[in-house]
Write a new protein. Sequence first.
Length: 369
Amino acid sequence: MPTYADPVGGRALPAESLRTWTAAVLERHATPTDIAADVAEVLVAADRRAIASHGTARLPQYLALIEAGTMDPSARPEQVRSKAAIELFDAHNGWGHHASRVAMDAAIEGARKTGSYTAVVRASNHFGIAGWYALRAADAGLIGVSMTNTSPLVAATRGVDPVLGTNPLAVAAPAGRRAHFCLDMATSTITRGKVEVASRRHEQLQPGWAIDAAGRPTTDPAAAFEGALLPLGGVEETGGHKGYGLTLVVDLLSGVLGGSTAAPLIIPLFSTRDGAADLGQVFIAIDPDAIDEPGAFERRLEAELDLLVAARTAPDAPDRILIPGEPEAKAESRSDARGVVIDVEHHANLVEVGDRVGVPFPATTSIGL
């Protein structure tokens, strides 16, 4: 389970201030108000949950795509095919966050009628944290699944070159008094965003996360940028072939199924010169009440989680066993109580963006010194 320590010298501000400012910046870049609100909501949700790799730190990269004409900020998703309990949306190279919110809402609505529903998105862009969409279904009392393919950053087992995406997968479900179960994970050892965060904070990577351009293990973020990340599990001897297979499954269900570009042909992450990203995403909603009495699933899941949390811990464990999503939920509560914390470089980048487009960044307070 990840831990979320405050960055040294970080800056804190209310989530609502960050959300309002982000939406205003996006509107200055030809993004309609409702679409800007969706994007800002997803980005700030990542910051609130201390997932610094996928929050507003991405904003300068998104804006560069718009300014280069690589992404259409005003495009809206269009349903192009449907049959029974599945439909396909074309995002028309617009904001991945908005197209994905529309698709997940369609899956939620469909699941209420049919018991389960799948919405697939093609011709999309980066959509932020996968967990946000799965949690949207859980908030509606359903089981939610979300996944996306991404640019090649990961070496296949026995390979050296980056040919697969980090291809995140999220599953969320209501769990009674334990709020929500939420597994939100890359199918690689880590995401590229975490390499960027480590580089920004002058930190080293953990052994087994990445290889350099020659295929040698490395803990240096700069060398990892030139090389590749490893599939979940690391090398073959430690189970990396399972992560490799899981990464391919996500690509199959998101990119291949919907007709988007699949690995290893996807363009480099946030490229402004190689054309549209053409990512694929898939969203699944399942209504547990379709096959049982209302609330029965939640009670059973809550009971199972109670048993897991009560299980014996290893001698060197820092605390009890945690439930997937619990550290992020705690980080979210801290953020709501004292403000979202961003590191110094993240803050400086957003201040520069605000100054450039005439939307001053909100006031912050120092924290973590």
